[in-house]
Design a protein around this ligand. Structure first.
Ligand code: CA
Length: 228
């Protein structure tokens, strides 16, 4: 079960050693020795897994992890230099799939790579995490319930998120206030249709006004639409 692996590691001897072992195991490998180069590679090519060192020159490993996770659920194993619990917790919270502490036996790294690839293979549910909805600079992940405008993560309440998700999942369709109420709040919701206007206003304050963007358009007398 080989695959294409990216190693982001500034210790060149270690990176070379891992590369040779992986090639021996049948993987194809690319290497980067600084964070920025690694990030560019990760964003421009398909990899089945990334081995990411935390202590990197340029862009550190946490920042590389954060930026990769904005657009991809590619499996990532962290290579941590210290036996630092906080680093591991932060790394796993940041979306890493696993970590290994240096110095490690290469057999252990290979075993972890196999395990992570097994858990994230296409037969698994995890791949749906890679589905994002986008409109211009607006990006929404319906599974992790995260939203970004450009690089900025946006903090939305549950209803704000549900409303935005419904609009973006029906991109290009004009949606009436009644339809939005029924779909987002539910048929048994007893409220006024101007609830929608209030929540659209909340969304605009969070995702449009700070960025000078316009994602949600008002269709006078009908409702709202998101379109490219
Ligand atoms: Ca390092």
């Amino acid at each position: 079960m080989a695959g294409h692996i990216l190693i982001i590691e500034d210790e060149e001897k270690l990176a070379r050693f891992i590369e040779l072992e992986l090639i021996y195991e049948g993987y194809t490998v690319e290497k980067a020795t600084d964070g920025r180069t690694g990030l560019v590679l990760a964003q421009s090519k398909h990899f089945d897994l990334i081995a990411l060192d935390l202590m990197l020159p340029g862009l550190n490993g946490f920042e590389v992890l954060r930026r990769i996770r904005q657009t991809s659920s590619v499996p990532i194993i962290l290579l941590t230099a210290r036996d630092d619990t906080m680093d591991k917790v932060a790394g796993l919270d940041g979306g890493a799939n696993d970590y290994i502490t240096k110095p490690f036996a290469i057999e252990e790294l290979l075993a972890r790579i196999r395990a992570v690839l097994r858990n994230t293979s296409p037969a698994n549910e995890n791949n749906k995490n890679e589905r994002f909805y986008t409109v211009g600079k607006l990006r929404l992940n319906p599974h992790s319930r995260e939203v970004w405008v450009g690089e900025a993560p946006i903090d939305l309440t549950k209803k704000e998120f549900d409303l935005l998700a419904y609009l973006i999942q029906h991109k290009g369709q004009v949606l009436s206030r009644e339809q939005l109420l029924d779909s987002v709040w539910g048929y048994d919701y007893i409220g006024k249709t101007n609830t929608i206007d209030v929540y659209i206003r909340y969304l605009r304050v969070k995702i449009e006004e700070p960025f000078g963007e316009k994602f949600i358009q008002t269709v006078r007398g009908v409702g709202y639409i998101i379109r490219e």
